[in-house]
Design a binder for this molecule. Structure first.
Ligand code: AN0
Ligand code: CP
Length: 318
């Protein structure tokens, strides 16, 4: 694997899931693979899980790790081309990226959608410039439009807990007070669309996702029908993608909060969320505190997805 930016970099899925099982069963088997190799993790945005799990994965592989938080202690970076740099940003990404590439063997990048300009976000400008100018393999730690390490961990978790070969997986929008990117639901849809599960997406009118990610999935606006018989309920908030205004909160209707009543319509479904989660907005305490909740197991599997990806990139470097 050269870069890891979307599900397309790990297809076909079954062998990738088998590798993940191997990594999980024997996390220290490749403790020499990363010797004298350095991972640089670059964060344009905050993180708890991605930061710790990816670092842990690299340590399991014997790598050295450097972490750079762009907004804490680094120069502010200009990302637009052709601008007169007379503002508050002293360095351009065009120098900063190749310089970062000089100090490491693999680069992980977190650069969320700005949610101001849909075309700019959906071009994945920042991640793609790292691919183009760093000279090193690059993996996404959540870009503007996808969060593939999360989706890979989600799929590993569903595979571990599914009780039938083709479970019904429901992706539901849920309310949140602030505008959030579409990266997690886009990516989740993109990965689940590669499986033979029954996949249903539900959201209020106006919150449609990019059809490129929804593909053939059934979109169900009726909550009762959407939840009926589900084996997994995957909740996430996202801001508006279609129409105007892009990247805005249209409403935060708490009828969409995942609660025990809706969960009772399911086939004893497990509850999933990538975290961080706002309790009693996205999901009630009762549901997230119940044995049906897999949120901690999902987070634990972030080490597995990151280690599987790093291992495959390191193998190609060796
Ligand atoms: C981010 C998002 O919704 O994309 C990160 C999730 C992993 N969430 C928040 O900013 C709360
Ligand atoms: N799920 C996830 O990526 O969490 P962080 O934003 O804390 O890394």
């Amino acid at each position: 694997m050269k870069n890891f930016l979307s599900v397309n970099d790990v297809l076909p899925l079954q062998p990738a899931l088998a590798l993940a099982r191997e990594v999980k069963a024997n996390p220290f088997a490749d403790g020499e693979l990363g010797r004298n190799k350095t991972l640089l993790m670059v964060f344009f945005n905050a993180s708890l899980r991605t930061r710790l799990s990816t670092q842990r994965a690299a340590l399991n592989l014997g790598m050295n790790v450097i972490v750079l938080d762009i907004n804490q202690g680094a120069w502010k970076l200009e990302t637009e081309r052709g601008v007169v740099m007379d503002g508050d940003k002293p360095e351009h990404i065009l120098e900063a990226i190749p310089v970062m590439g000089c100090y490491c063997d693999i680069i992980g990048v977190r650069a969320f959608a700005g949610l101001h300009d849909r075309d700019y976000d959906y071009r994945e400008e920042i991640l793609n410039q790292f691919v183009q100018y760093s000279g090193k393999p690059v993996f996404s730690m959540e870009g503007a439009t996808r969060h593939p390490l999360q989706s890979f961990a989600d799929l590993i978790t569903i595979e571990e807990y599914k009780k039938t070969p083709k479970p019904k997986v429901l992706l539901t929008w849920a309310p949140h007070p602030k505008a959030l990117p579409q990266a997690v639901p886009n990516s989740f849809a993109e990965w689940i669309n590669q499986t033979d599960y029954e996949f249903v997406i539900t959201h209020p009118e106006g919150y449609d996702l990019d059809p490129a990610f929804v593909q053939g999935a059934r979109v169900e606006y009726d909550l009762e029908k959407a939840y009926a018989g589900a084996d997994f309920v995957y909740a996430k908030n996202w801001s508006a993608y279609t129409g105007e205004p892009y990247g805005k909160v249209l409403h935060a209707d708490r009828r969409w909060t995942v609660d025990a009543r809706k969960m009772s319509l399911t086939n004893n479904a497990y509850f999933m969320h990538c975290l961080p989660v706002r309790r009693n907005m996205i999901v009630t305490d009762e549901v997230i505190d119940s044995p049906a909740s897999l949120v901690i197991q999902e987070a634990a599997n972030r080490v597995v997805s990151a280690q599987t990806v790093l291992r495959e990139i390191l193998r190609e470097l060796a």
